[in-house]
Design a protein around this ligand. Structure first.
Ligand SMILES: *[C@@H]1O[C@H](CO)[C@@H](O)[C@H](O)[C@H]1NC(C)=O
Ligand SMILES: *[C@@H]1O[C@H](CO)[C@@H](O)[C@H](O)[C@H]1NC(C)=O
Ligand SMILES: *[C@@H]1O[C@H](CO)[C@@H](O)[C@H](O)[C@H]1NC(C)=O
Ligand SMILES: *[C@@H]1O[C@H](CO)[C@@H](O)[C@H](O)[C@H]1NC(C)=O
Length: 668
């Protein structure tokens, strides 16, 4: 009998211990890995786990709150979770989906969000819940490494009954692109108010009242600055944008480059406030290796604890160049900007010096994107010769990747090929959003060894364009660049490629040009013989010839371009022609099959409408996309719509003229 009581006591103690532990567990979970302020009243915190993600939303309302996910910035098709705390302090959480923008999110028959915690205080409603990356429910969206559009919705009132009929009007809604899985850990909320830990020093690299030229929609502004006056090596461990309030719309990206060259030239340049970049009469500086880069939508970058960017007055560069890409599509007048970057550095050195390797297509007219196509794939190569010469036997570790295209970019991948085997992509985004460019932190560093061949692969949609788009640095031109942060630092800095001239001609269906003829005349194939190059380009039928164009650009030869941090071409890599790597073992993506599930929730069985699930709903399908945008509130960060191209035939002629002029000059 005594024993039994003792046992009871032990069991009781055990349970209360377990309870206490659970409580501690919940409390310690407050170390969130990620946070984002969605609007001034809506904070989301989350931590990606092995199989699921734990979210907490803290919303300044006592009504209902909701968070959801879609692939584009519309609410229709969104997978949503709606919750509230009712007058009896009972917490409600419902897995729903948006089928019709004019109606409330409807209940899913399978409830896949799990409530962990919920409460309401005088000002806020707080809900904590988890869900699996792939819930196996067609109503839910898989959370992947892709860019996700996060949508939110909240209201001052809560539903009148547990069934959750939402108040008819007055919901606040928004959406914003975010990486949920590979987001770089953002500063904790307490650190948000620009408090800098005492061990960190600040280096502000700012523009000085740059005046955007009237009537011009793009300005590339370059300013040279000297490094802070330090006497020994430091590590930059974090950087962030400093944007003049209200000027966000004019900033497209900012990149800080390391400069090499004569100190006197650099010193002179640093005394100026800057100038338009890459002007023929601008001082020629060798500023090519990237030190820091910020793009639209990003909040900055934190280096992982094992690495930092070295600032070394003795062996490193002493001058840097800030390149700011301004954009002014509405041609606003009298814009004068002083934005820039803030770098935080410390003398408490980390184990490794980090470097940035940029892989892609050299921004050049030979990168051609035909108009009116749903998918155009372009590839830039970092060949085995370049990695072979520069990467040590022990390899380098890539830990973060940022992708960069202009407005037509839809998918981007950084592929890795080793000894004719294609490994899983280092990074991949099948839902890339050109208006959200930010470093993605890889879950674990990826090794790159000497002899690896890297491919930056960009997929564009040119349906909005009636004319060819060429590669280049202005916003209307396109790029395909991927920058990867890695350690330990090596000499290789830019690893690009450029389609060869024969590849360009072949992609346009031309086999041979007549030697020395003016205007340039085609000699082969026979059916084009005698035609001028201009006639050919004017009448090129992309509709019928797109596939052969794509095939020719994919298989054609290219010129590899490998530069070191000093802007010098690496020896023995200056070959004219390189080929697509041989891939004997291609990479195959494996998707785990989903287990069929049964509805668990009584409410959802009553209110769920699954009649339409007989045909699987693909949120990307044309039907889903065809639904009217309705009266949805669009986010601050929304896809900028491209206006119709004005003077399009002039543009065609201009780009054709450019191509012809360049081909002619090369042939001479
Ligand atoms: C209510 O909770 C939120 C979120 O935890 C907190 O930010 C806020 O200060 C709290 N308000 C009050 C009045 O306690
Ligand atoms: C993201 O990518 C990593 C590495 O490729 C992979 O291991 C992981 O499963 C991916 N995560 C999700 C949620 O797809
Ligand atoms: C909850 O209480 C508030 C204030 O006491 C009241 O206005 C509201 O109607 C109540 N809501 C429900 C669903 O009973
Ligand atoms: C640089 O800009 C500042 C602030 O606009 C101005 O006072 C200064 O004269 C400028 N210096 C030069 C060399 O243009």
């Amino acid at each position: 009998m005594k024993n039994l009581n003792k046992m009871k006591a032990v069991v009781g103690l055990y349970f209360s211990l377990a309870l206490a532990l659970q409580f501690i567990d919940i409390a310690s979970c407050l170390e969130w890995k990620n946070s984002a302020v969605l609007d001034n009243n809506f904070l989301v915190l989350w931590t990606p786990g092995e199989r699921d993600i734990v979210f907490e939303i803290q919303v300044k309302t006592q009504g209902y709150v909701g968070l959801g996910f879609t692939r584009d910035d519309r609410h229709v098709g969104a997978d949503m979770v709606i919750g509230w705390v009712d007058n009896n302090s009972q917490v409600h959480l419902q897995d729903r989906h948006v089928k019709d923008s004019n109606r409330d999110p409807q209940m899913d028959s399978s409830q896949d969000y799990h409530l962990l915690l919920g409460y309401e205080n005088k000002t806020h409603t707080v809900l904590r819940f988890s869900r699996q990356y792939d819930t196996c429910d067609l109503r839910d969206l898989k959370i992947t490494n892709d860019t996700m559009q996060v949508v939110w919705q909240y209201h001052v009132e809560e539903p009148v009954s547990a069934a959750g009929v939402l108040p008819p009007h007055g919901a606040v809604r928004g959406s914003r692109p975010l990486y949920l899985v590979q987001r770089d850990s953002q500063p904790k909320r307490a650190m948000r108010n620009h408090e800098v830990p005492p061990t960190l020093k600040t280096w502000n690299v700012l523009n000085q009242q740059v005046k955007l030229p009237m009537g011009q929609d793009t300005l590339l502004w370059c300013r040279v600055v000297e490094m802070p006056s330090i006497t020994r090596k430091h590590h930059v461990v974090k950087y962030e944008p400093v944007i003049q309030p209200g000027y966000e719309p004019y900033l497209h990206h900012m990149t800080l480059y390391e400069c090499r060259g004569r100190d006197s030239d650099l010193e002179a340049a640093a005394r100026m406030n800057g100038s338009t970049c890459y002007e023929p009469n601008a001082p020629s500086l060798q500023c090519t290796a990237i030190a820091a880069t910020w793009s639209l939508g990003s909040e900055g970058f934190n280096y992982p604890p094992e690495a930092g960017y070295a600032l070394d007055p003795n062996t490193g560069p002493r001058y840097y160049m800030l390149e700011t890409h301004y954009t002014n599509p509405m041609l606003d007048n009298f814009i004068s900007d002083s934005s820039g970057l803030r770098l935080l550095y410390t003398d408490q050195l980390r184990t490794h010096d980090a470097g940035i390797l940029s892989v892609g297509i050299d921004p050049n007219w030979r990168h051609i994107i035909p108009p009116g196509q749903r998918e155009v794939v372009s590839e830039g190569h970092c060949v085995a010769d370049c990695t072979g010469q520069t990467i040590p036997e022990s390899g380098v570790n890539m830990f973060a990747v940022i992708m960069h295209t202009h407005q037509l970019g839809r998918k981007v991948r950084l592929r890795q090929i080793r000894a004719s085997e294609e490994l899983p992509p280092i990074a991949s985004d099948t839902n890339y959003d050109p208006n959200y460019q930010e470093y993605r932190r890889l879950q674990r560093p990826v090794k790159v060894y000497p002899g690896d061949h890297l491919v930056a692969e960009c997929t564009y949609s040119s349906e909005s364009r009636q004319t060819m788009t060429l590669g280049g640095v202005t916003t209307r031109e396109e790029t395909c660049l991927i920058s990867a942060l890695y350690y330990p630092r090596i000499e290789l800095s830019l690893c690009y490629s450029l389609p060869s001239l024969p590849t360009v001609l072949q992609s346009l269906g031309i086999q041979k040009l007549k030697q020395g003829a003016t205007p340039v005349i085609i000699e082969a194939p026979a059916e084009l013989a005698g035609m001028t190059l201009e006639e050919r380009l004017m009448h090129y039928n992309w509709e019928t010839s797109f596939q052969s164009f794509q095939e020719a650009t994919h298989r054609g030869t290219f010129k590899p371009l490998c530069w070191n941090g000093k802007g010098e071409v690496l020896p023995n890599t200056d070959t004219q022609e390189a080929h697509y790597p041989r891939i004997l073992r291609p990479y195959k993506e494996t998707t785990l099959p989903c287990a069929k599930k049964i509805p668990r929730n009584k409410l959802s069985r009553i209110f769920g409408e699954d009649g339409d699930l007989g045909v699987p709903v693909d949120p990307d399908s044309d039907e889903a996309n065809a639904v009217e945008r309705g009266q949805l509130v669009r986010s601050k960060v929304s896809r900028s719509s491209e206006g119709p191209v004005t003077g399009s035939s002039a543009t065609i002629r201009a780009s054709l003229f450019l191509i012809i002029a360049i081909i002619v000059s090369i042939l001479r």
